[in-house]
Design a protein around this ligand. Structure first.
Ligand SMILES: Cc1cc2nc3c(=O)[nH]c(=O)nc-3n(C[C@H](O)[C@H](O)[C@H](O)COP(=O)(O)OP(=O)(O)OC[C@H]3O[C@@H](n4cnc5c(N)ncnc54)[C@H](O)[C@@H]3O)c2cc1C
Length: 468
C-alpha cells in the first residue's frame, strides 16, 4: 500500500458500482463503496425487479379471464395491493441482503453514507471524513426528471414513489411515452386501475421500430389503457381526496394519482464534479472514453450517470470491464451492438438490433420479413390481441440486422435472437433452423415471403398452422 487509504473508492451501490467493487476486490484491490440509500440501486430497489414483480401480478388478470375458455371457472377473484407491496418489500430486502453479503464476502468495505469528490484522489463522506483513493469510480446512476414547472407539479409522483403507495390508485394519469410510462400504464390497468396516458406528441416509444410504435397503441388500448395525445398538463390541483388535472386543451381530468414519467437524468448534482472539473456532455452526463475513464486520469464512471445505454446489464458489464481493465490487467471494453430490450407492456415488446428506419438511414438495401397472427392460446381464450414479428435483413449479405416483436414471450425470444445476431446469423441461418411447434417463436424461422410496403401482410397464421 502507498499514500492512499484505498485502491478504489466506488460512489454508488447500484448495478454498476456493486459489480465493479466486487470484481476489483477479487483482483486484490482494497475497495470502499459508499451508498447513500439502499444497496442494489435503482434496478433492485425501485426499478427492474419490483416492476417485473408488479408485471407478474398484473398478468394474472388476463390469465383469470382467459381461463374460462379452457373450462375453468374462476370466481370471487380479488386483488389486494397491500399484500403485493408487502411481499415485494420482503423480496427486495432479501436481495439487498444478498448484495451486501456478496460485497462483504469479496472484502469490500461498505459505507452507508453519501459521498462526493473533493479532489482527483479524495472523497468526502457526509459525516465529514475524508478518504483518499488511487482510483475513484462514479456509479451514481440516474433519477426521475422532475423538470416540469406548472402549478401543482409537486403533487405528481414518479416511479420512485409508485412502488410504495399506501392505497392502490383506482384512477391514474401518467404523463410520458417512454418504456417506464407504458409499463406502469399496462400493469396498473391489469391490476384494475383506470389509466390514461398523456403525451405531448402522438407517437410512443421514441427510437423503437415504427411498426412497433404504431401497433402498441392499439394493443394497449384493447387492454383498457386510454390515451390523450398532443396535450400536456398545465396544472394539478388537490380537491379533497382527488386530483384535478388541467390539460392545455382546456379539459379537466380527475385522478387519485398523477405519475410524471418524462425521462431520467444523470445523478451528478452535488457530487463535487466541478471542483475537479470532470467534463459533462450536453445532456449533463459524465463524459467517458471506451474504458470508462473521464478527463481526470484517476476518475472513472459507469452506468446511467454516463447516459450511454441505460439498462442494468449494460451498467453491470461496464463495471466489470472497468474492474478487469484497471485492477485485473485484462483490458476489455463493452460492445453496445445487439443489446436486447424488452418493454413489459401488455402485450410485451422485445427488440434487438437496428430498426428498419435506422438501417435505411445507413443507406442499406433491406429485405423485410414480417407477420401478424393470432396466437394459438387466443383461439380458446377469445382474446383479440395479436402477435407481430419483423425481421430486418441486409440485402447485401443476408445478415439479420434487427428483430422486433410484440406479443407474449417477446422478451425471452429476443434474448435468443440476440445470440444468433452476435454470431452474424443470416436469414438463411434462421430458415434452416428447425421450428419448435407449436410456439410463437417458430414464426421467426418460418417467415419466407418478403414484405414490401405495397404488399399486404402475409396471411394471418396461428401457432396451430405453421408454414408447411
Ligand atoms: C422504473 C424503472 C424500471 C426499470 N426497468 C429496467 C428493466 O426492466 N431492465 C433494465 O435493464 N433496466 C431497467 N431500468 C434501468 C436500470 O434500473 C438502470 O439502468 C440501472 O439501475 C443503472 O445502474 P447504475 O449502477 O448506473 O445506477 P443505479 O442502479 O441507479 O445505482 C446508483 C446508486 O448510487 C447511489 N448514489 C447516488 N449518488 C450517491 C452519492 N453521492 N453517494 C452515495 N451513493 C449515491 C444511489 O442511491 C443508487 O443506489 C429501470 C429503471 C427504472 C427507474
Amino acid at each position: 500500500m502507498d499514500q492512499f487509504d484505498v485502491d478504489l473508492f466506488v460512489i454508488g451501490g447500484g448495478s454498476g458500482g456493486v459489480r465493479a467493487a466486487r470484481i476489483a476486490a477479487g483482483h486484490g484491490a482494497k475497495v470502499k463503496l459508499a451508498e447513500e440509500y439502499r444497496l442494489g440501486g435503482t434496478c433492485v430497489i425501485r426499478g427492474c425487479v419490483p416492476k417485473k414483480l408488479f408485471v407478474y401480478a398484473a398478468r394474472f388478470a388476463h390469465e383469470f379471464e382467459d381461463a374460462a375458455g379452457f373450462g375453468w371457472s374462476v370466481e370471487n377473484v380479488r386483488f389486494d395491493w397491500a399484500t403485493l407491496v408487502a411481499n415485494k418489500d420482503k423480496e427486495i430486502a432479501r436481495l439487498e441482503g444478498a448484495y451486501r453479503a456478496n460485497l462483504v464476502r469479496a472484502g469490500v468495505e461498505i459505507v452507508a453514507q453519501r459521498a462526493s469528490i473533493e479532489g482527483p484522489h479524495a472523497v468526502r463522506l457526509a459525516d465529514g471524513t475524508q478518504v483518499t483513493a488511487r482510483t475513484i469510480l462514479i456509479a451514481t446512476g440516474g433519477r426521475p426528471n422532475r423538470g416540469l414547472d406548472f402549478p401543482g407539479c409537486e403533487l405528481g409522483i414518479s416511479s420512485n414513489e409508485i412502488f410504495d403507495l399506501e392505497r392502490f390508485p383506482e384512477r391514474i394519469l401518467i404523463q410520458g411515452a417512454g418504456y417506464i410510462a407504458l409499463e406502469f400504464a399496462s400493469l396498473l390497468a391489469g391490476l384494475g386501475a383506470k389509466v390514461t396516458v398523456i403525451h405531448r406528441g402522438d407517437r410512443l416509444l421514441r427510437g423503437f421500430d415504427e411498426d412497433i410504435r404504431a401497433r402498441i397503441v392499439d394493443e394497449m388500448a384493447q387492454n383498457g389503457v386510454e390515451f390523450a395525445f398532443n396535450v400536456t398538463i398545465e396544472g394539478i390541483y388537490q380537491e379533497g381526496s382527488e386530483k384535478r388535472v388541467r390539460l392545455n386543451d382546456g379539459r379537466d381530468l380527475f385522478a387519485d394519482e398523477v405519475m410524471l414519467a418524462i425521462g431520467r437524468v444523470p445523478n451528478t448534482i452535488g457530487l463535487g464534479l466541478d471542483t475537479v472539473e470532470v467534463h459533462l456532455d450536453e445532456a449533463g452526463a459524465i463524459a467517458v472514453d471506451d474504458h470508462a475513464r473521464t478527463n481526470i486520469h484517476s476518475i472513472y464512471a459507469v452506468g446511467d450517470v454516463t447516459n450511454r445505454v441505460n439498462l442494468t446489464p449494460v451498467a453491470i458489464r461496464e463495471g466489470h470491464a472497468f474492474a478487469d481493465t484497471v485492477f485485473g490487467k485484462r483490458p476489455w471494453h463493452v460492445s453496445y451492438d445487439n443489446i436486447p430490450t424488452a418493454v413489459f407492456t401488455e402485450p410485451e415488446i422485445g427488440t434487438v438490433g437496428l430498426t428498419e428506419q435506422e438501417a435505411r438511414a445507413q443507406g442499406r438495401r433491406l429485405d423485410i420479413y414480417q407477420t401478424d397472427f393470432r396466437p394459438l392460446k387466443a383461439t380458446l381464450s377469445g382474446r383479440t390481441s395479436r402477435v407481430f414479428m419483423k425481421i430486418v435483413v441486409d440485402q447485401a449479405d443476408d445478415r439479420v440486422l434487427g428483430v422486433h416483436l410484440i406479443g407474449e414471450g417477446s422478451g425471452e425470444m429476443v434474448q435468443m435472437a440476440a445470440i444468433a445476431m452476435n454470431v452474424g446469423a443470416t436469414k438463411a441461418d434462421f430458415d434452416r433452423t428447425m421450428a419448435l411447434h407449436p410456439s410463437s417463436a417458430e414464426e421467426l424461422v418460418t417467415l419466407r415471403s418478403k414484405h414490401t410496403t405495397s404488399d399486404p401482410l402475409p396471411e394471418a397464421s396461428t401457432e396451430a398452422t405453421p408454414a408447411l
